[in-house]
Design a protein around this ligand. Structure first.
Ligand code: SAM
Length: 256
């Protein structure tokens, strides 16, 4: 693992091109990391692969790099979406950071009937995904969507994309697990039975899905209800578990 610092930039990357740093990037490189002129930085923008860049000017809140060599070609970044009901701030931050490390390419907050946190500052989450992508050595940055109502998202759903719906349990007090619609199939079996292809994972809020939401979800052709085992997981645990299972069985953790 390289010790050369890694930076996400928005500009196009091409050999010899000068790259102006934002004040935040200059502060990070020159004050926090104490880099100097002629030191090397790794830069990526999600489109042009990863490059070695040389510091040509280093000031308090500005600086320039010169693109020196492309070290990694831009690879296919996959396509895996996470829909989750926003949680308390620190838990949402955790979900967004782990979803980035686990390869989600779209992180979409969805508002459900029992969602307690309906406001989300996307710009703050974008900062988290950027830092997580730098650390996890991804060549891209996942998109963070503006929060939308779950039913809105489902109404305009691309039926080609399977929605892995993490269904923790039914609401009926007299029946355990899944109520009259029955407990969902364990996720490993459910996704082992499908072909590779477009997928999204749906995680509910702390209070779970309402019975109307559950009813509606289970009626959709593109929905695959799954169980994540015999215990109720916190939403953030469920998000990490489901992303992990998907990547291991259908995603990019398999040998390429
Ligand atoms: N209200 C639920 C309850 O107490 O029965 C708890 C909801 S759980 C905290 C938040 C979300 O995590 C759920 O909506 C579901 O998407 C997911 N989840 C948690 N445990 C799960 C499990 N065992 N199987 C499937 N999904 C689970």
């Amino acid at each position: 693992m390289s010790t050369i610092p890694r930076l996400f930039v928005k500009a196009d990357l091409s050999l010899g091109a000068p790259l102006a740093l934002t004040s935040e990037q200059a502060n990070y490189l020159f004050r926090v990391l104490r880099l100097k002129v002629n030191d090397t930085v790794r830069v990526f923008n999600g489109r042009d692969g990863e490059w070695h860049a040389i510091v040509t000017e280093a000031m308090r809140s500005a600086g320039f790099l010169r693109l020196d060599e492309q070290i990694i070609e831009q690879a296919d970044i996959g396509d895996l979406q996470l829909l989750f009901a926003p949680l308390k701030k620190t838990c949402t931050d955790f979900v967004v950071e782990k979803a980035t490390e686990l390869g989600a390419t779209l992180i979409q907050p969805v508002i459900t009937k029992r969602t307690q946190t309906t406001t989300v500052r996307v710009s703050r989450l974008e900062k988290i995904v950027e830092e997580a992508a730098e650390q996890t050595e991804r060549l891209d940055i996942p998109l963070v969507g503006e929060p939308i109502q779950l039913f809105e998202a489902l109404k305009k759903w691309n039926p080609e994309r399977r929605l892995i719906y993490c269904d923790e349990a039914g609401d009926s007090p007299d029946e355990n697990w899944g109520g009259k619609s029955g407990r969902a199939e364990p996720m490993v079996e459910a996704i082992s039975a499908v072909e590779d292809g477009l997928a999204a994972i749906l995680i509910g809020p702390e209070g779970g899905f309402s019975s109307e939401e559950r009813e509606f979800l289970r009626q959709q052709e593109f929905v695959i209800p799954v169980s994540l085992g015999p215990r109720i997981l916190r939403a953030e645990t469920a998000a990490v578990s489901a992303l992990t299972l998907w990547q291991a069985i259908r995603g990019d953790w398999r040998p390429s």
